[in-house]
Write a protein that binds this ligand. Sequence first.
Ligand code: ADP
Ligand code: MG
Length: 330
Amino acid sequence: MASQASPANRASRAVASESVKDDLLGSFEGRVGNYKVDYASIEELEINLGRGSTAYVNKAMWNGTPVALKTFNEPGNVEFEREVLTLSGLSHPNVVSLLCYAMDKRKCSIVLELMEADLCNMMQKRMDNADTDDCPPFHIAEAVDIIHQIAEGMNYLHQKRIIHRDLKSLNVLITGLKTGQVRAKVADFGLCKTKERSITNSNLTPNTGTYRWMAPEVIQTRNKDGQINTPQCIDSLKYPFKIDLYSFAMVCCEILTGEVPFKDTGSPASVKAKVLKGDRPELPPHCPGELKALIELCWDKEPNVRPSFSVVCEKLKSIKSSLTRGELIM
Ligand SMILES: Nc1ncnc2c1ncn2[C@@H]1O[C@H](COP(=O)(O)OP(=O)(O)O)[C@@H](O)[C@H]1O
Ligand SMILES: [Mg+2]
């Protein structure tokens, strides 16, 4: 018989759950506590840099340095902890840097190096300011350079056994616009997963990430009765790193066209149906043949056909040098 919890029981359970929370917090602070600062040391400015699904990002000053302050409106938010834990172990020119974090009873914040824009908004602005309609946001050499920088950041993550799971132009940050030396950095580690052990025993959750960038093997659909259909190639989840290569291919299309993947397809369900059927976005005529072939490999339906980021980086280096020598065939 189920027993009714007495007030004393409830109280002791509440204490127990508090101490579980404290333990988690303890292990979080034990691992990254040296990054913790007081909110008093941060001056938040009323300049909004962006707003994502989980947090808002404002400009701030920390120790006299302009920074980006990403705030979650609840303490101990899972995505906050995941992002701090992940970023604290990373250092790469194409991955955004963690400076410190702060938390109090109501909220928690990540202090990040300040970037000038996200790639999505930056491309939108460029296209709005262009003289002609239908103008891609970058010259091909600049496009390939940005694509290469993103691939280097992703290669570093995969070497660290981190799967990003939410790669898209909104999660790539840009700096150096004023100097003309554009630098791209991968950001937003709220959904990432670390795969330290077996990659065959996958615990990837279907439908995580944003649907326009989502690989077919993680798309989950429902039938007429609302029951979940098994993702088409559930077996393919034994290649969990390859979902980032599919998203990367979608980001390449965005960079080459300035448009989100499947921009003319409205609902999430119809985009997912198209992807599962094998449809892919169209690549523009100014895309060199070698780059087109590489992108097509990255979005292959079969995850094991998609190359690794180290192979992608090597190929992009060779495409870059052919472009410099004027040898590439469109
Ligand atoms: N370090 C930064 N510098 C400048 N802008 C940023 C920075 N970090 C995030 N942003 C802006 O805030 C937006 C949301 O941040 P993000 O980390 O992606 O949060 P979410 O997890 O809520 O999606 C980004 O798309 C970008 O426009
Ligand atoms: Mg984001």
